[in-house]
Design a protein around this ligand. Structure first.
Ligand code: HEM
Length: 139
C-alpha cells in the first residue's frame, strides 16, 4: 500500500533555487552584471549595423540612401537609442571591472554604489548625447 504522508511531503530544494533565499535575492550588483552581458550582446548588433553602414557607403548613393532611410526611421532610431545606452553602460561598467581587476571596489557597499553609479551614468550620458543630436537638428 502507498504511503500517503510520503506522497505529499514537500521535497527539499537546493538553496540556489529558493526564491527570496540568501543566494538569489535580487540585488543591484546582480542586475548590473546581467545588464553588462545584455549590453555586450547589443554591441555585437551595433557592430553589425556599423558594418552595414560602411558597406552601404562603399556601395554608392542608392544603397547609402536606403540605409539612412531605414536607420533614420522611428524604429531605426529606437534601435540607435538602445545601442547608445548599451555603449555608455558597457563602457562605464567595463571601467568598473577594470577597478576590480586592480583589486579595488569589492566591498559590498562600494560594489552596490558603483553599480547604481554606472546605471545612472549610462542614462544621463545617453540623454545628454541625444539632446545634443536633437539640438543640432540631427534627428
Ligand atoms: C563592440 C565592442 C564590444 C563588444 C561587442 C563587447 C561584448 C561583450 C560581451 C558579449 C561580454 C559578455 C561576456 C560574458 O558575459 O561572457 C563582454 C564582457 C566584458 N566587456 Fe565588452 N564588449 C565590447 C567593448 C568593451 C569595452 C570598450 C570595454 C571596456 C571599457 C569592455 C569591457 C568588458 C568587460 C570588463 C567584460 C567582462 C565582464 C565580466 O567579467 O563579467 N567591453 N563584452
Amino acid at each position: 500500500m502507498a504511503d500517503a504522508s510520503r506522497a505529499i511531503r514537500p521535497r527539499p530544494k537546493s538553496p540556489s533555487v529558493q526564491l527570496g533565499g540568501a543566494i538569489w535575492r535580487w540585488h543591484v550588483t546582480m542586475a548590473a552584471s546581467i545588464l553588462h552581458r545584455l549590453a555586450g550582446m547589443g554591441l555585437y548588433v551595433g557592430a553589425l549595423i556599423f558594418m552595414l553602414w560602411a558597406l552601404s557607403l562603399a556601395s554608392g548613393a542608392g544603397a547609402y540612401g536606403r540605409f539612412t532611410q531605414i536607420i533614420g526611421s522611428p524604429p531605426g532610431k529606437v534601435v540607435l537609442f538602445a545601442l547608445t545606452l548599451g555603449v555608455f553602460y558597457h563602457v562605464s561598467n567595463g571601467v568598473r571591472h577594470l577597478f576590480w581587476d586592480a583589486g579595488v571596489g569589492f566591498q559590498p557597499k562600494t560594489a552596490s554604489t558603483t553599480a547604481w553609479l554606472v546605471i545612472a551614468i549610462a542614462i544621463v550620458a545617453t540623454l545628454a548625447f541625444w539632446s545634443v543630436l536633437f539640438m543640432e537638428g540631427a534627428l
